[in-house]
Design a protein around this ligand. Structure first.
Ligand code: AKG
Ligand code: FE2
Length: 308
């Protein structure tokens, strides 16, 4: 499976651990792409639309039958079969180094626009305030996204820009806050994140925790564009329909604007902890006004390098 020629090989996994993201060309072959696109073009739903979510297990599939929604039932089986065919669970287990579970699947559409779909953010940032410590999820819970482009993307045109290595910093922050070694302060947006890590006590903790003296300065340098010109496309890339990225959602990323063409994507999200469907439903209800739902359900450890 982890043969050099495998869809996702060890080099890719190490790359992902080191940088937080890896690009996989030709993740889908032509027929797979065609089949999935045929399903999706029937529903051009925006991100976070309740109907953009697809069945992740037998329970949800049965629910489709109960609702006599045979069309979606058949489609969801195809989407689940694709995950199986691509060994996503196996790959995800391997990346995490422990057992992981499919959390959700969605397919969404982004229309042409001159505004970013989502500005720079980290999905796993703790939110709230210091009194909310009990609500902070264990930082060792991991979330990983298989993000498949169903249309071509490029700079300022639908790519998911990602700042390499930022997943490590974000993990150190969560760990530090969770263990009360550093003080909570919002760090969800790029500006907040930069403010957070610019504080000496936070920077000291992070450098020490990651055993890396340069990581903060490098990050600040790489993201100084936010002060100079608000945004930049230094971290943009081009990929073709059927290509994919796999990323740790804890790293800083943005959904860039679709300046020239509309975009369709399919996401499979895995995590190390089994999802409690009932409590997640409540959580989703309670926090539906959150900025970036339901991605911030995931709060976890990044996929750090190992000595493998
Ligand atoms: O739509 C995108 O390109 C990125 C969406 C996002 O922020 C995420 O999947 O965490
Ligand atoms: Fe995100």
């Amino acid at each position: 499976m982890f043969h050099e020629k495998a869809l996702v090989n060890l080099k890719d996994i190490n790359n992902l651990r080191e940088n937080g993201i890896v690009k996989i060309k030709n993740f889908l072959d032509e027929n797979e792409l065609k089949e999935i696109r045929n399903i999706t073009k029937l529903y051009l739903l925006p991100k976070n639309h309740p109907k953009s979510y697809r069945s992740t297990n037998i329970r949800f599939l049965l629910y489709k039958i109960l609702k006599l929604n045979f069309k979606k039932f058949k489609q969801d089986i195809k989407i689940l079969n694709l995950a199986k065919k691509k060994n996503l669970n196996f790959i995800s287990n391997r990346i995490f180094g422990e057992k992981s579970y499919l959390q959700f699947i969605d397919i969404y559409h982004t229309p042409v626009s001159d505004e970013n779909l989502l500005p720079w953010h980290t999905d796993m940032a703790y939110q709230g305030d210091e009194k909310n410590y009990e609500g902070f999820v264990n930082p060792d819970q991991d979330f990983l996204k298989f993000f498949i482009y169903l249309t071509d993307v490029g700079p300022d045109n639908g790519c998911t820009s990602y700042i390499p290595k930022s997943h490590k910093i974000a993990y150190a922050i969560r760990k530090g806050i969770f263990e009360r070694a550093i003080k909570f302060q919002p760090y969800f947006t790029l500006k907040e994140f930069r403010n957070f890590i610019s504080k000496k006590e936070n920077a000291d903790f992070i450098k020490n925790f990651l055993n890396d003296n340069n990581i903060i300065d490098e990050f600040l340098k790489k993201t100084n564009f936010v002060n100079e010109k608000g945004d930049a496309n230094d971290f943009d890339f081009s990929l073709k329909a059927g290509d994919a990225i796999i990323f740790d959602e804890g790293g800083l990323h943005k959904a860039s604007k679709c300046l020239h063409s509309e975009r369709l994507v399919l996401r499979y999200i895995y995590a190390t902890k089994k999802r409690n469907v009932i409590s997640n439903l409540f959580l989703r209800k309670k926090t539906q006004n959150f900025f970036h739902q339901p991605d911030n359900l995931g709060k976890g450890r990044p996929i750090l390098p190992t000595n493998e």
